[in-house]
Design a protein around this ligand. Structure first.
Ligand SMILES: Nc1nc2c(ncn2[C@@H]2O[C@H](COP(=O)(O)OP(=O)(O)OP(=O)(O)O)[C@@H](O)[C@H]2O)c(=O)[nH]1
Ligand SMILES: [Mg+2]
Length: 643
């Protein structure tokens, strides 16, 4: 039964003040359509729950007079079950500045026609003016079927337009149709209705009947049935044993390849910076400016830029994972073990994206409908090894495995990635014990069909994520290049000998003050200062180390080799080696757990219902634990005789 809950508005349509919303089930192709319509490049991903925030853009001028368009997170019905679905529903019923949405484009995936038609029917019944955009028609056709658009439009009483999400076909027709409908609107009477189970069941039944009528077999042979192929692949990939083994292999391959694939390009960049530094010093020896450019700027920027190829490969891997549809399978596989620690498969999606960056990962946690599970997920996200940690791990691993082939360091990196997952699992299960909230959710994820990731898309998306990575880390690296150079050069800038200049510098002075904090970690003032600067951005650890170690010298080796050499030679005041297996492992453990990222903390405050308290607790707890555990590790290893 339909019951009237609230009469939201008796609408007087004002053309200046509205947006046409794209609404539909998750993964139906809304953002793809939005990108075509507006010329934007928002992230589209082959799993349900890619978009968790609405975005507004203007239709491209090639489609005539501009119209504001709004992309929304996917929702299966107008009764929201998770925060991201609530955002979609709120956006069309009562947007904070636009009010109610006069016209909704209901995006329906032709391959999930019945399920996706539910919300279309709900939208029509609620009083919205609706235009249906039918996507994934290429897949429907490939399996030897077609949808009778005219008949469908007649049955549901609203216009239907076919869209080709891959090539942009039908988008112009859709805009013509939208414009026509907008001009026809005279009044709007939208009601938020309560949908009972019975009503939903009836609507579903109706969708089944409609589907029977509008789907027609096309003559000719079936090219491929994507659903059938998917089902076949899933027999292996979702197998409780083989599935998990394959999952671990795929992840290991990704993490290992980060090392060996990136190697040639990394050497190229590192050589380039070494050469630039050398030439600068040759061109103007003993000048302050050339010292700043070579020892400060080029050393800092070069030491971090060297790792960009690795970061790019990590992004390519994650994007290919998302685009192929495998991500949703991994979530399903992991659901069972996760349920033991108070999480479910939905948490896997934010967790995997946390390997790139914790900030979007925290936003992705909105798709988790249980507050308790969302809370635990937000809590553990900063523990996963984000891309900002990659330069640090990579440098330290290169140090440990200097004489070994690249795959060994790659394998160790894989170990770190799995270990960070392990740590977060432990923390999640502890949080699960202490959390008293009784709020469990069922894991339901509509598995998308497998799609071949398109190389162009993958490369483009990976480049744009790498670019934003650099934009985020860039300012911190630049400012610390200047700060660290000033601090390591002054006041004794006129001394010839670099080592004397450094040991009499402000950095050494401050560093020695804080040194006692870092000696139990096996460090000295240089590691201490670098660690402190890492709180600006984790990568700054590497660039600061490059500056305090003085990597720019006229030697014929790459900048990174030079840094590794300097690290191997560095001694503390009592003459012991500074970087030993135990102290390097201690540093890695510290970086694995410590929360050194302000954007993550502010995101945690925003996304958790606990707000400020949650974020501060997380910040203090993780840093304290990181510090105590790394001291334990270093001292423990030394007791066991590891240097
Ligand atoms: N074959 C085919 N794939 C499409 C089409 N339209 C979109 N896709 C793919 O479908 C997947 C989902 O597309 P999105 O645009 O991210 O879907 P969405 O509706 O925004 O998803 P959520 O934000 O999760 O609700 C992506 O991998 C797209 O490349 C189409 O017409 N045909
Ligand atoms: Mg989307």
């Amino acid at each position: 039964m339909l019951t009237k809950e609230s009469d939201l508005t008796n609408f007087n349509f004002n053309l200046d003040d509205y947006a046409v919303a794209l609404v539909g089930s998750p993964n139906s192709g809304k953002t793809t359509l939005f990108n075509w319509l507006t010329g934007s490049k928002f992230k589209t991903v082959n799993y349900p729950g890619a978009t968790v925030e609405y975005s507004i853009g203007s239709s491209h001028e090639r489609y005539g007079e501009k119209i504001p368009i709004m992309d929304t997170p996917g929702t299966y019905s107008l009764v929201p079950k998770s925060p991201d679905e609530a955002i979609a529903v709120q956006a069309i019923f009562a947007h904070k500045s636009l009010g109610v949405c006069p016209l909704v484009v209901s995006v329906v995936d032709g391959t999930h026609f019945i399920r996706h038609l539910l919300i279309t029917q709900q939208l029509i019944k609620s009083g919205f003016h609706v235009v249906v955009a039918l996507t994934m028609n290429d897949l429907v056709r490939a399996r030897g079927e077609k949808i009778d658009l005219e008949l469908l439009s007649r049955i549901i009483g609203v216009p239907v337009v076919e869209i080709d999400g891959r090539l942009g076909g039908g988008v112009a027709e859709l805009m013509t149709c939208v414009r026509k409908e907008l001009h026809r609107i005279q009044h709007l009477h939208v009601k938020a209705l309560t949908w009972t189970n019975l009503e939903t069941e009836r609507t579903h039944q109706k969708a089944v009947e409609i589907s029977d009528q509008v789907f027609k077999k096309t003559p000719g042979r079936v090219i491929r049935d994507a659903k059938l192929e998917t089902a076949r692949l899933d027999q292996v990939l979702l197998h409780p044993v083989f599935g998990l083994i394959i999952f671990f292999l795929v992840m290991s391959l990704l993490f290992t390849s980060i090392f060996w694939l990136a190697k040639p390009l990394m050497s190229f960049i590192s050589d380039g910076f070494a050469l630039a530094g050398e030439r600068t010093l040759e061109a103007a020896p003993h000048r302050l400016w050339s010292s700043f450019v070579a020892d400060g700027l080029l050393a800092s920027v070069g030491s971090v830029l060297t790792f960009v190829p690795q970061i790019f490969i990590l992004f390519v891997g994650i994007i290919a994972f998302e685009d192929s549809g495998y991500l949703a399978r991994a979530a399903t596989l992991i659901d069972k073990p996760f349920s033991k620690i108070g999480l479910n498969g939905r948490s896997f999606v934010p967790i995997l994206s946390a390997y790139a960056c914790a900030v979007p990962a925290m936003m992705a946690a909105r798709t988790i409908n249980s507050k308790r599970e969302r809370w635990i997920t937000l809590f553990i996200i900063p523990l996963l090894s984000c891309s900002a940690r990659l330069p640090v791990y990579s440098l330290l691993l290169s140090f440990l495995f200097q004489k070994d082939p690249a795959w060994k360091a790659g394998l160790a990196l894989t170990g770190i990635y799995f270990a960070s997952l392990g740590v977060s699992v432990v923390v999640a299960s502890i949080a699960n014990r202490f959390l008293k909230m009784q709020d469990r959710s069922l894991f339901m994820l509509e598995l998308p069909i497998y799609r071949m990731p398109r190389l162009r898309n993958v490369v483009h998306a990976a480049l744009s994520r790498t670019y934003s990575y650099l934009r985020r880390a860039g300012p911190a690296i630049f400012s610390f290049a200047l700060i660290m150079w000033l601090m390591t050069t002054f006041p004794k800038y006129d001394l010839e000998n670099k080592a004397d200049r450094l040991s009499g510098s402000y950095a050494a002075y401050i560093g020695r003050g804080i040194e006692p904090i870092f000696t139990p970690l096996g460090g000295d003032w240089r590691t201490g200062v670098s660690l402190m600067t890492a709180f600006a951005a984790r990568e700054v650890f590497v660039s600061s180390l490059a500056v305090v170690m003085g990597v720019t010298e006229d030697e014929k080796i790459s900048q990174q080799e030079n840094l590794l050499k300097k690290m191997a030679e560095a001694k503390n005041q009592s003459g012991q080696l500074l970087f030993t297996p135990s102290s390097v492992l201690g540093l890695m453990l510290f970086f694995m757990i410590a929360l050194q990222c302000l954007s993550t903390s502010s995101m945690a405050a925003r996304e958790s219902s606990g707000g400020f308290k949650f974020a501060v607790f997380q910040l203090i707890a993780f840093n304290m634990i990181a510090y105590v555990l790394s001291i334990g590790l270093v001292q423990g290893l030394r007791l066991l005789g590891v240097s």
